[in-house]
Each structure stands twice: as structure tokens, then as C-alpha cells.
Design a protein around this ligand. Structure first.
Ligand SMILES: [Zn+2]
Length: 321
């Protein structure tokens, strides 16, 4: 079962989280089998993105969708993982070129050095005119050194945009997508209301020790061992306070938010002329969901309903959509 484990280190300003996506991860991959399957390195990248997205969403508890996206200038144009507040997640990628079986992050999304990683927080209950919050980082470090792993990109992001020391270990194969996050708590003690100890960036001894231990975790251990074994092996000399794992109904799981209604809004945005063109050409307008593979079909009769409904709506609501 897919699960999230949260833990703290007694007496240290450090928190940790471990995620393992198992049946939900294989279920996501099963929706794209055979010819439609993404190449192996892209599947591994999406697994790491899904695990990282769950870790970030579970640590900020944002009421809305967290979107982790890689905008590439290589064979992978876009890779997306979305995690909502209930930890429902989905992920997909758009791949245009051939990939060597051992392609790394740079070969996939940063071939020309122009790749970017963005993190978008899209609130559930948006106020009128409210835009989603978005932070963007390049796929290289402060000295323009290329970053070879997604975990490094995200560590860089957390430091730049959140002033948070973070250590991430991510790994994914076709059975498991998993991640370990260690983070220095941004706030000092209870009496110190909300004061961020930013001057401690990189300097807290407790955090540095725990982060170093975390970085010794190998991908095969993260993928092959259960959470209890991993935490015991890494932190056996530390005093770790564990919390009830989030699993089952409270845990991370694959789910897609696509619906016929959303596709109808998309078709309305496209316009009647475009829709009629599709019908004239193929007799059918078909829209597939890139995330879950669901197919939505509309014929000429449906078209009448789609566009009558659009006309009945006040013009302002159409403009917003
Ligand atoms: Zn879908």
C-alpha cells in the first residue's frame, strides 16, 4: 500500500518524511502500456516527480493542487506531476524524441541548457482574479553547474524560494516510486513566534548530521526496503519520533480529476467552427486524457448540446474559463 511516514528528531530543529508509492504507482503506469508507454528513463523521472510532489504537498499541506513541472528543451518537452491536498496524484509527460535507455535528467529535459523546473500552487477556492503562485528555478546551480538529479533541483528550489535547508533522496522504477525528505524546521522553538532562523542556513549541526546520514541512502535501499527498516538503518543513533503513517484513504493514491464537463469547457474554448471541422473530418471529436487515458467522444448531436450550453452561459463566465 502507498504510504507517507512523518517523523521528527527529538531536540533537533529537523523533520523528516518518507514516501513509498507502490500499487498506486504501478496502477498509474498500467494506464500506459505497450506502444503508449513512456520510455524507461521518463517513467523513472515521473516516479521521482510523483514522490517529490507528495512529499512537498504533505509538508506544506496546501489546500489546492501542487504542480511540479519540468519544461524541457530536449526530447522530453514537459513532465508534470500533480498532487492535491488529499494526496491524490497523477503524472504524465510529453516526449517528442528518441531517448537512450540510460538517459539522465540533462539528456531528457536540459539538452540545450534551457530546461526549467516550476512549482505551482493552485488554490482550491480561488478569490476572483487570484492567480496561482508559481516559483521557477533553472536546472543548474548557482555557479551554472548542471544539476544531474531532480533531487538537486528541488533542494535548490527549497533553498532559493523558501530559505529551507532540505535534503532529498528520490528513486523510482516500475514497481516503486519513493522519496526521503529531511528538512530543517524554519521556526525556532515555541516561544519564538514565527521567527525564521534564516541565518542558520547550512550551519545547523543537528540538521547537517541528519542530512548527511540521509544522503547515504542508496536508491536500491529506498526502493527495496520498508520504511521501518530504512529509518532504523539510517538513524539508529538518533532519537526519532514517529507519527501514524498516512495510508489508505488518508494516504497518497492515484486519481485523475478529468471529467466530461471539463472537456466540454475545453471544446467551448476551442469554438464551434473548430469542433464542426473535426466532426466533418472524422465524424467524431475525440479527446483523450493524458493523465489517465480516459477517452471522451463527442458526435454532431453532442456538439449541439455543448455549444447550446455555452450560449446559455453569461459571457463573463466563458471568458474566465
Ligand atoms: Zn484523466
Amino acid at each position: 500500500m502507498s504510504e507517507v511516514h512523518k517523523f521528527l528528531f527529538d531536540g533537533l530543529p529537523v523533520r523528516g518524511m518518507l514516501v513509498r508509492l507502490t500499487d498506486d504507482w504501478t496502477g498509474l503506469l498500467a494506464r500506459r502500456e505497450g506502444e503508449r508507454a513512456h520510455p524507461a528513463p521518463v517513467r523513472a523521472l515521473l516516479g521521482e516527480m510523483a514522490a517529490a510532489g507528495v512529499l512537498m504537498q504533505a509538508s506544506i499541506k496546501f489546500k489546492g493542487a501542487l504542480l511540479l513541472q519540468l519544461h524541457g528543451d530536449g526530447p522530453v518537452r514537459l513532465a508534470v506531476a500533480e498532487v492535491r491536498s488529499d494526496l491524490g496524484f497523477r503524472a504524465t509527460a510529453s516526449v517528442t524524441g528518441e531517448l537512450p535507455p540510460d538517459a539522465g535528467l540533462a539528456a531528457m529535459v536540459n539538452a540545450g541548457g534551457g530546461g526549467r523546473c516550476s512549482i505551482t500552487l493552485d488554490p482550491e477556492d480561488k478569490l476572483p482574479g487570484q492567480q496561482p503562485y508559481q516559483g521557477v528555478v533553472p536546472l543548474h546551480g548557482d555557479r551554472r553547474e548542471p544539476l544531474g538529479r531532480l533531487s538537486q533541483v528541488l533542494e535548490h528550489y527549497m533553498l532559493q524560494s523558501e530559505q529551507l535547508d532540505t535534503r532529498l533522496v528520490l528513486a523510482a522504477d516500475d514497481r516503486v516510486a519513493a522519496g526521503l525528505l529531511i528538512q530543517r524546521l524554519p521556526v525556532d522553538g515555541e516561544g519564538n513566534l514565527g521567527a525564521r532562523n534564516e541565518d542558520e542556513i547550512g550551519l545547523n549541526e543537528g540538521y547537517n548530521r541528519i542530512a548527511h546520514l540521509a544522503s547515504t541512502l542508496k536508491a536500491e535501499e529506498l526502493l527495496g526496503l520498508d520504511a521501518d527498516t530504512i529509518l532504523r538503518r539510517l538513524f539508529w543513533e538518533e532519537s526519532v519520533r514517529r507519527f501514524e503513517p498516512l495510508a489508505g484513504a488518508d494516504g497518497p493514491r492515484f486519481s485523475c480529476t478529468c471529467s466530461r464537463q471539463r472537456v466540454i469547457r475545453m471544446l467551448q474554448g476551442l469554438g464551434r467552427e473548430e469542433f464542426d471541422g473535426l466532426i466533418a473530418e472524422r465524424g467524431l471529436a475525440e479527446v483523450g486524457c493524458e493523465f489517465c487515458g480516459a477517452q471522451y467522444r463527442f458526435d454532431a448531436v453532442d456538439g449541439g448540446e455543448v455549444f447550446t450550453a455555452a450560449r446559455d452561459q453569461p459571457p463573463t463566465s466563458r471568458a474566465v474559463q
